[in-house]
Ligand binder design. Structure first.
Ligand code: SF4
Ligand code: FES
Length: 274
């Protein structure tokens, strides 16, 4: 915990407070036994993660949260904030525009404790789809001929937005198909499959199509689109899934459409998680 005294000083001078209602696996509040409430001081720039760390540092050290980078890069602080999957470090109290903030663990993940969820199954799905470049003909040890690595800007554009994924699991949490089928790989893994499928350095296209063309695979997506709405990194997993489906239905790889990078803010999320 690195919540210094000077930071607390800023909080003490803050004019406003909000109520943080936190899901607890062992809660104390009467009537709502799974939640505890804490008053935390905020400033205009205070994030939900800052508020949670204030509560943990000064009010109840037993609150279970997971975080690391505090800059929307590591993907470890995902939780439901007022019903929407979000990164706590990337959500300011001021943008929520309410004095009651409810923090709950991500849906579609088993709970370990309080706001901490188990990502084992999520990462298993990701690993099962072999998320790395495969190319049997490339001689990667030949330092003199690196032509295999060369790509045009157009080649890179085909997969670039999908490579921004930080594996935070927000899309997986928001997906109604994941909620009803635990064998469905989910939007994150399928979008990463498309990321490698569309990379000109990868020659495992046929294998990748077979990996997702299964009973519990890519056809289970109902195109709710909630995955793309909650992604904090501008990835559009629903687009990747649709492009991959197009190739399964025999559109050619050479006529592949460029994926557009389009940032959709999580305020548009319609709350379809399970
Ligand atoms: S696609 Fe977006 S929401 Fe899903 S895991 Fe990657 S970064 Fe998170
Ligand atoms: S703490 Fe790393 S993404 Fe929030």
């Amino acid at each position: 915990m690195s919540f210094g005294t000077s930071v607390r000083g800023d909080f003490v001078m803050a004019a406003k407070t909000v109520t943080l209602r936190i899901y607890r696996t062992i809660g104390k509040m009467k009537g709502t036994s799974n939640y505890d409430e804490f008053e935390v001081p905020i400033q205009r720039w205070t994030t939900v993660l800052d508020g949670l760390l204030y509560a943990k540092s000064y009010l109840d050290s037993s609150i279970g949260i997971r975080y690391s980078c505090r800059m929307a890069s590591c993907g470890s602080c995902g939780m439901k904030i007022n019903g929407t999957p979000r990164l706590a470090c990337y959500t300011k109290f001021s943008e929520l525009n309410t004095s009651l903030i409810i923090c709950e663990p991500l849906g579609n993940f088993p709970i370990i404790r309080d706001l901490v969820t188990d990502f084992s199954q999520f990462f298993k799905h990701h690993k099962n789809l072999e998320p790395y470049i495969q190319n049997k003909s490339a001689d990667i040890d030949n330092k003199k001929d690196l032509s295999w690595f060369r790509q045009t800007p157009e080649d890179v554009d085909k997969y670039l937005q999908f490579s921004y994924c930080i594996k935070c699991g927000l899309c997986y949490s928001a997906c109604p198909s994941v909620a009803t089928d635990s064998k469905f790989p989910g939007p994150q893994a399928l979008a990463q499959e498309y990321r490698y499928f569309s990379d000109s350095r990868d020659d495992a296209s046929k294998k990748r199509l077979n990996l997702v063309d299964t009973n519990h695979g890519i056809w289970r997506c109902h195109f709710a689109g909630s995955c793309s709405k909650v992604c904090p990194k501008g990835v559009d997993p629903a687009l990747g899934i649709q492009l991959m489906r197009g190739h399964l239905m025999k559109f050619s790889k050479s006529s592949m459409k460029k994926a557009k990078l389009e940032f959709i803010h999580s305020d548009d999320y319609s709350g379809t998680d399970g």
